[in-house]
Write a new protein. Sequence first.
Length: 202
Amino acid sequence: MKFLNWIAGLLIVAMALVSGCTTSVVVEETFPEVVSEPVDLSAVLVMDNEFQNYRATPTAKTSIQLGTAQVDLFGKAFNGLFEQVRVVSSREEAGSGADLVITLSVREVQLSTPSESYLNVYEVWIKYNLDIETVDGVPIDSWFLPAYGKTQHSSLVSRSRAVEEASVVALRDAGAKLMLDFFRIPAIYGWMQQHMATKTAS
């Protein structure tokens, strides 16, 4: 009986130590170049300093550095969509030599762990917002882009590694949705048809 009480005490201490730890994750994934046929349009991507250095704090004891990885992801994805892409850190730097200006931001990052969901996986949700306008500042759309990622299992990896893996899967999901859906956005599709017709007529 004393032995069982001793084991139970050790488990309680271990759980307290784990729950008290702070997890800080840096996502350093480099994504492959996109193989696709880009449309004959140019875009300026506005990724400000907050976006480039973005650190999410989905819980009080967890931080996820996404900045470098998401800049790499979106830069390569948009290069697969547009013939010409330029990245700037502020709207004022966009200039006048492009068809579209796209400002990216992160709305929210959420994290679910096995201790919270009772599932043997870690899950990450990243919610992006893309403000899309003409180079003259005429708004076209404000597009909400949600992304989701999870680990296959969590039993064989550390908490930090599991959070990183789920974050990478979420970023890949964002890239895939962007490639598939961007030109399907009704406002973008309508603008593109009108823009192409104007270019052809001139």
